[in-house]
Ligand binder design. Structure first.
Ligand code: S3P
Length: 442
């Protein structure tokens, strides 16, 4: 089968209901925490994407039994620091920054060197942001290129709690240190700029000794090593980051509406809804409920024909960090000039997304003004794409593929989007859902 997608027409009006697949952040965290629990844990609606399969492969190599069934997945945890493995072990985190960075936190006591590798995209990303604080626990790292994969980690048996300041608003960094705290004596004290808090909610649910004090900008987190983590079952809700593509598809389509069922709307993840609503999108939360500290709702979206530009407050950046590409697309169709600031973290993702977002909009005929950490987008509500557009060589960044697909389906023009298999990283059913919405769309 060809590994590119050609789109030559816009999607037709629709009125549909969909489910998106399980949340990626929660799926990876469940796998890693279940590996540290004692006994059998089960997850339902676990995301079966390459990032999560890589997490399961990683813990399997570390001696943990994993069973994948049709409707659920089982992990037989071996307790805290209970990994068992042979010499010369190599673990492949593939495309997943979350897996690579969080896993290192669980390896700070590893008695033998473990090599961590990743794909081309992950090998370009910064790992010093976790290896530097993990060294303070006593772990030792070796790299060919400072702070980059491939690297190897050798743990320390006398790992002790540390004090750590997380200043980028990175949940991966915060969570890596939180997982390291499980393996260290004493208390770990974290001061972290606001970022998604799934790890904190899971620690609380699992009764791991954690204290959290929230201030406006920072969270202060204290963690003590637990004696044991009880095995636990978890029903993973839908991923808001996957839903975001369909929120925008509906917002930009004519006379359409869409209900996305059972989505995680954790307030540390809902920046996309706040930003799109400020721009004039019609998004409504229905059926809100709580599940183990997480919030869940059905999301109803209706077309909007009155979108306006936004001067996006930087304080929303972390809660929409994975959604900016698709938000930029809305800015391209909004009236006025949108401005997004303090965006340097966006260039630290699977590809340099700030640069790519700008480039794709330019190909579509949208003017942008790009700096190292900001972008201005000159919206064109009546945009008509005239030139053919080819999207390739983008480090197989799944979100670039999906943003381009939504752009093609809503703005028209003739598109050829390469590396279709990139969606397997986070959302393998993405194109199936597009077809469910309009069976003649692709
Ligand atoms: C994630 C945190 C974010 C996000 C990534 C998933 C997580 O990364 O971009 O897709 O699950 O903790 P950063 O921590 O680098 O911001």
């Amino acid at each position: 089968m060809s590994n590119f997608l050609e789109i030559k027409k816009k999607i037709r009006s629709f009125n549909k209901e969909i489910n998106v697949s399980g949340d990626k952040s929660l799926s990876i965290r469940w796998v890693l925490l279940a590996s540290q629990a004692t006994g059998k844990s089960k997850a339902y609606n676990l995301l079966m994407s390459e990032d999560v399969l890589a997490a399961m492969d990683a813990i399997k190599k570390l001696g943990i039994k994993v069973n994948i069934h049709k409707n659920y997945c089982e992990i037989f945890g071996n307790g805290i620091n209970g990994f068992k493995y042979k010499k010369n072990l190599t673990i492949n985190a593939k495309n997943s920054g979350t897996l690579g960075r969080l896993l290192l936190g669980l390896l700070i006591k590893s008695p033998q060197e473990i090599r961590l590798i990743g794909d081309r995209s992950l090998s370009k990303r910064d790992f010093s942001r976790v290896t530097l604080p993990l060294q303070k626990f006593g772990a030792k790292f070796n790299y060919k290129i400072e702070g980059k994969l491939p690297l190897s980690i050798l743990g320390s048996q006398s790992a002790k709690g540390i004090k750590y300041l997380e200043n980028k608003g990175s949940a991966q960094c915060k969570s890596s240190i939180m997982l390291a705290a499980l393996n260290s004596s004493g208390t770990t004290l974290i001061k972290a700029k606001k970022s998604r808090d799934h790890s904190e909610l899971l620690f609380k649910y699992l009764k791991i000794p954690i204290r959290i004090k929230k201030t406006k900008k920072y969270d202060f987190i204290d963690i003590k090593q637990p004696e044991k983590i009880k095995s636990f079952n978890y029903q993973i809700p839908g991923d808001i980051s996957s839903s975001a593509f369909f929120m925008v598809l509906t917002t930009l389509s004519k006379n359409s509406s869409l209900l996305i069922k059972n989505v995680n709307i954790n307030p540390s993840r809902t920046g996309v809804i706040i930003i799109l609503k400020k721009m004039g999108a019609k998004i409504f939360l229905k059926n809100q409920k709580s599940y183990r500290g997480e919030k869940i709702a059905d999301i109803l979206i209706k077309s909007s024909n009155n979108l306006k530009a936004i001067n996006c407050p930087s304080k929303l950046n972390s809660s929409a960090i994975d959604e900016f590409l698709i938000i930029f697309l809305v800015a391209a169709k909004a009236k006025g000039i949108s401005h997004f600031k303090d965006m340097s973290e966006l260039n630290q993702k699977e590809s340099p997304r700030l640069n790519w977002g700008s480039q794709i909009l330019n190909m579509m005929g949208i003017k942008t003004r790009l700096t190292k950490n900001s972008i201005k987008i000159y919206g064109k509500p009546n945009l008509e794409i005239t030139k053919p557009i080819i999207i390739k060589n983008y480090l197989k960044d799944h979100r670039i593929f999906m943003m381009s697909t939504i752009a093609a389906l809503t703005c028209g023009g003739q598109w050829k989007i390469h590396d279709k298999d990139s969606i397997n990283t986070s959302f393998p059913s993405f194109l199936k859902i597009v077809k469910k919405i309009d069976n003649r769309a692709l």
